[in-house]
Design a protein around this ligand. Structure first.
Ligand SMILES: C[S@@+](CC[C@H](N)C(=O)[O-])C[C@H]1O[C@@H](n2cnc3c(N)ncnc32)[C@H](O)[C@@H]1O
Length: 228
């Protein structure tokens, strides 16, 4: 497995766009808010001037970064107009419909590129990372926040929650149980930990780091674009 079907993904997000934020907060019991806040603090410490938030969706992370980095220009992009409409309405300063697999930007345009819960849904994870790394300035940062599978004692109960409980609750909230069955499957297939760091290095990034969150149910990965 190297990625997901973009036509299915775009359609699935278009259907759940109006209930996406609420469903996220219910399913994660608000933890997703804390994860995005942590990302905001990390990005603030890099003191960026231009930030690109790829697969911004409803713009939750872009808004958090706008709060934490008031002097930075934040651009949120997504290939699903229905999701992006919420980001624009919510106050993301600049938004644009764009496919992360083929960005229109010049090499090295951004100090920081972020993607939260988006990479997992892309057509080819390695190619997407390479494309995002391309638009980062030398010495700038890529940050990926996404779900991962916990190891150890949490592994079994989390697998049960993900595959049996979550699709039922999300189905009731959104009427789109299939989209959340897909979510559970996509998390199982997505590379995490050392495997993800390997993809970062292959994309030409250096100083790559992995920070597991909440017992490993999510992870932050960071890497630096090579200085010339
Ligand atoms: C789970 S949502 C994440 C939204 C947001 N980043 C967040 O933290 O809530 C995933 C988003 O990725 C977008 N997406 C998936 N593949 C994409 C691609 N190739 N290019 C741009 N956006 C993509 C979807 O349209 C969707 O809005």
């Amino acid at each position: 497995m190297t990625g997901q079907d973009p036509k299915f993904v775009k359609g699935a997000f278009a259907k759940i766009a109006d209930r996406y934020v609420l469903t996220n907060h219910v399913l994660s019991m608000g933890t997703d808010i804390l994860w995005r806040k942590k990302v905001g603090r990390m990005v603030r410490d890099w003191k960026p001037s231009r930030i690109l938030d790829v697969a911004t969706g409803t713009g939750d992370l872009a808004l958090e970064m706008q709060k934490k980095c008031p002097d930075a220009k934040v651009l949120g992009t997504d290939f699903c107009p229905e999701m992006l409409a919420h980001a624009t309405k919510g106050g993301v300063m600049e938004t644009e419909v764009a496919d992360a697999m083929n960005l229109r930007f010049e090499d090295g345009e951004f100090d920081v590129v972020t993607v939260a819960f988006g990479l997992r849904n892309m057509e080819n994870w390695q190619e997407a990372l390479t494309e995002m790394a391309r638009v980062i300035k030398p010495g700038g940062h890529l940050l990926v926040l996404d779900f991962s599978l916990p190891r150890g004692v949490l592994k079994k109960p989390y697998g049960f929650y993900l595959n049996k409980v979550l699709p039922k609750i999300a189905g009731l909230l959104t009427g789109q149980r299939e989209a959340y069955q897909y979510l559970a499957g996509s998390i199982g297939e997505f590379p995490s930990g050392e495997k993800m760091l390997g993809l970062f290095e292959k994309a030409g990034l250096t100083n790559c780091q992995w920070i597991p969150l909440s017992g490993g149910i999510a992870s932050i990965y960071t890497g630096e674009a090579l200085r010339k």
